[in-house]
Design a protein around this ligand. Structure first.
Ligand code: APR
Ligand code: PHB
Length: 390
């Protein structure tokens, strides 16, 4: 078999790149190790930057987004029991859109079905070969058969645990972990807020997001070694009530339909390219979720990569050879923003002595007071949250 671009991994990055390539008249095939049910069932991020929305519109992939996306005009930062609104349109003339990654993946897959795109689910032992030659290929097994796909370029959109990054000789992981995790729930209840709330509380961070006007998404800071079994629904609501509570405001409770604990890490690969292999999305970098940047970074990568591939087939290889540099330059800005939001809003229980812990907490309150009190600081947050240019 032969195609122009072999894409490994059918998460949002791989699926969107397929659409971008289709638009550019470039042939592709996507190989995914899991079933389509599994891919459709994953609940992940929920916020699209304005630039991400613009890309989906340009590609004509905005029908479901228009029907179900919720335009938000900012976020709330909460500390010391008070809530402060950061008004994005006023500060930077931009908005963000709350739209679940699950809904985006469902829409991208449906559109691929109507295009008749070549997507192979449940492909096993997917392996890139000869990536430092001009004739790379990918081998895999599906339906019990060994297949070989010859191509011009291999793209690894196979996430953090994929096979493509380890195929790059000498690639390094620049990373850090955090001494806390997020317990996330989905609940069948109308959101109790118009915009997302990010709260620092002495008990830990809490956040109120949503998926629709009927479904709320909420998060709690927990220790990374905690078990979800120790968190009954009643205990979760009690902690959310305590950490998110403010005078005169009610957090509405509802049936919890999903709950899980996710660790947090920051990670960037030292390069996103080796020969004819390119990495995009979680395969190349991970951010802690506090800045809502994971999905948006994946979209930014494949937009840039798509432009590079389109130029390649027009006979200009230079944008593609600049892909890793350009994508990583943007990514490092996103990394520092995500780390900044994360450290400002979480309680640092790992700090050994009481006086240092108190110092840390009070300096975070000072940081939040400055961020919410200065128009310049608000604008810096808004500019980064609503999204840096692609
Ligand atoms: N062969 C084939 N497919 C693979 C392999 C493999 N060896 N390893 C992983 N995959 C698949 C996974 O099953 C998954 O469907 O690659 C896909 C990677 O998808 P994601 O992990 O969703 O990564 P990406 O598309 O880059 O999207 C990034 O996901 O984790 C969130 O916050 C993150 O929103 C961001 C988004
Ligand atoms: C979500 O809705 O899942 C969500 C929103 C904002 C974040 C992280 C997660 O920063």
């Amino acid at each position: 078999m032969r195609t122009q671009v072999a894409i490994i991994g059918a998460g949002p990055a791989g699926l969107l790149l397929g659409h971008i390539l289709h638009r550019a008249g470039i042939g592709f095939e996507i190989l995914e190790q899991r079933s389509s049910e599994h891919v459709l069932g994953r609940i992940r991020a929920g916020v699209l930057e304005q630039g991400s929305v613009d890309i989906l519109r340009e590609l004509g992939l905005d029908e479901d987004l228009d029907a179900h996306g919720l335009t938000h005009h900012g976020i709330y930062l909460q500390f010391e029991g008070e809530r402060h609104h950061i008004d994005f349109p006023d500060l930077v003339d931009r908005t963000v859109t709350v739209y679940g990654q699950q809904a985006l993946v469902r829409h991208l897959l449906r559109q691929h079905e109507s295009l008749g795109s070549d997507i192979r689910f449940e492909a096993q032992d997917v392996t890139p070969h000869a990536i430092d030659t001009s004739s790379p290929y990918v081998t895999a097994r599906y339906d019990g058969e060994e297949v070989r796909i010859d191509c011009d370029v291999v793209v690894g959109t196979d996430g953090y645990h994929g096979v493509c990054r380890p195929a790059i000789p000498g690639v390094r992981a620049l990373e850090r972990s955090y001494p806390y995790a997020w317990l996330g729930i989905l609940a069948d209840v109308t959101p109790s807020t118009d915009d997302l709330i990010y709260a620092l509380h002495p008990d830990g961070f809490a956040m109120h997001s949503m998926r629709s006007l009927e479904v709320s998404r909420l998060y709690l800071q927990v220790d990374p070694d905690e078990s979800i079994d120790d968190w009954s629904d009643a205990r979760i609501w009690e902690a959310l009530q305590t950490r998110l509570g403010t005078d005169g405001w009610t957090l509405h409770e509802g049936t919890i339909t999903e709950k899980s604990i996710t660790p947090m890490r920051s990670f960037v690969a030292s390069t996103l390219q080796h020969g004819r292999l390119f990495l995009a999305g979680d395969a190349g970098h991970i951010v802690p979720p506090t800045g809502a940047k994971g999905l948006n970074s994946a979209i930014a990568d494949v937009t840039l990569l798509g432009r590079g591939l389109a130029a390649l087939y027009r006979g200009d290889e230079s944008p593609l050879s600049d892909y890793s540099r350009a994508a990583l330059a943007r990514q490092w800005k996103v990394q520092q923003f995500s780390q900044w939001m994360t450290e400002m809003l979480h309680v640092h229980r790992e700090v050994a002595d009481e006086a240092s812990r108190a110092f840390r907490y009070r300096s975070q309150v000072g940081q939040l007071q400055y961020t919410t009190g200065s128009r310049n600081a608000q604008a810096a947050l808004a500019e980064q949250y609503a999204g840096l240019p692609f």
